[in-house]
Design a protein around this ligand. Structure first.
Ligand SMILES: O=C(O)CCC(=O)C1=CC=C[C@@H](O)[C@@H]1C(=O)O
Ligand SMILES: [Mg+2]
Length: 332
């Protein structure tokens, strides 16, 4: 398990922890509120927000990230500005304009596809609507592994005509992704393949690069156990990286921006625009993009806002118990 060089004492970690629940403007990943633990830590404000269904082994990596950020701070940036994409959840075409309206500018848009209970017809309608509204934007899709091999080929055949920069995790797993990428190239479909879950949910995040399963990697600081560990994975993989959010508040998004800002190469807009999907935040000036880019600055959690968005008491207890268990895993 990745760890910050020296863990701060558990009592200090608990004393700085605030459990919040922030409403989302649109349903995303099946949730309407995002729960998170925010630390008012000595180096930077930090966030621990593994998804609710994750077990402790996986969630512990997210805690390693929070402790690194909070008690060590960020690595030195090589750029001050990070371009980001707008994110369109699996909404109906009529809702697309309102979602895009939350962004100051959308030069690049990521569109969710292959949502359970929807059809390719729904995906085509959504992508078509984004393309109609933004004829010049770079478009990318994210299937979250929701297609099988044949569905992915059918999906990419149907959507490639709208001009896609890449397809993120069209099928689940590393080998299936490699097989799909081979077939996409054989058919000469003009779409690159990106790996997300195949990097962050596998025991070996480098398997994708070794097997040639993707053209680029989606990299997230919390699931990969921290900013510095993620930097190491990108360096070893030798593939272009798209740093993305884990649906974090402004605090976790700032850690993602620190990762993107420290990468030697940044060829693609990052998936760090999701604060615009939140209807509330723990910092007075939300860390959102201006003209399609985040400008690095200090982002600190505000005590009043953390009180305003404090999670209900039973959820606080649930999160603090989870935090203790994950900490124990990092120690042992
Ligand atoms: O990449 C983006 O534009 C936004 C982040 C995003 O899509 C995600 C955030 C959190 C959880 C994931 O299901 C999802 C993703 O799959 O990339
Ligand atoms: Mg993804």
């Amino acid at each position: 398990m990745p760890q910050p060089r020296q863990l701060p004492p558990l009592e200090e970690v608990l004393a700085s922890a605030h459990v919040v629940s922030i409403p989302l403007r649109v349903r995303f990943r099946g949730v309407t509120h995002r729960e998170a633990v925010i630390f008012t830590a000595p180096a930077e404000s930090a966030e621990f927000s593994p998804f609710l269904e994750y077990g402790d082994a996986e969630a512990a990596a997210w805690l390693a990230c929070a402790l690194e950020v909070g008690w060590e701070g960020y690595p030195t940036p090589v750029r001050e500005s990070v371009p980001v994409n707008a994110t369109v959840p699996a909404v109906a075409p009529e809702q697309v304009e309102a979602v895009l309206g939350r962004y100051d500018a959308a030069h690049t848009v990521k569109i969710k596809v292959a949502e359970a209970g929807q059809t390719l017809h729904d995906d085509v309608a959504r992508v078509e609507q984004v393309r109609r509204l933004l004829p010049d934007a770079h478009l990318r899709i994210d299937a979250n592994g929701g297609w099988d091999h044949e569905q992915a080929l059918a999906g990419l055949e149907a959507l490639a005509g709208y001009g896609l920069q890449y397809a993120e995790q069209p099928v689940a797993g590393v080998e299936p992704l490699a097989a799909l990428r081979d077939e996409v190239r054989r058919r000469e479909l003009p779409v690159l393949i990106a790996a997300d879950e195949a990097v962050r949910k596998e025991t070996d995040p480098l398997a994708v690069a070794r097997l040639g399963a993707a053209d680029l990697l989606v990299i997230k600081a919390q699931p990969l156990g921290g900013v510095r560990r993620a930097l190491g994975i990108v360096a070893e993989a030798g593939l272009p990286a798209v740093v993305s959010s884990a649906l974090d508040t402004s605090i976790g998004t700032r850690a993602g921006a620190a990762l993107a800002a420290a990468l030697p190469e940044l060829d693609y807009a990052c998936g760090l625009g999701t604060v615009s999907l939140f209807d509330g935040d723990v910092t007075p000036a939300s860390f959102t993009a201006r003209n399609g880019a985040l400008q690095l600055r200090r982002v600190s959690a505000d005590p009043d806002l953390m009180r305003r968005f404090a999670a209900p008491e039973p959820r606080q207890r649930w999160w603090l118990a989870r935090l203790r268990r994950c900490y124990e895993r990092l120690v042992n």
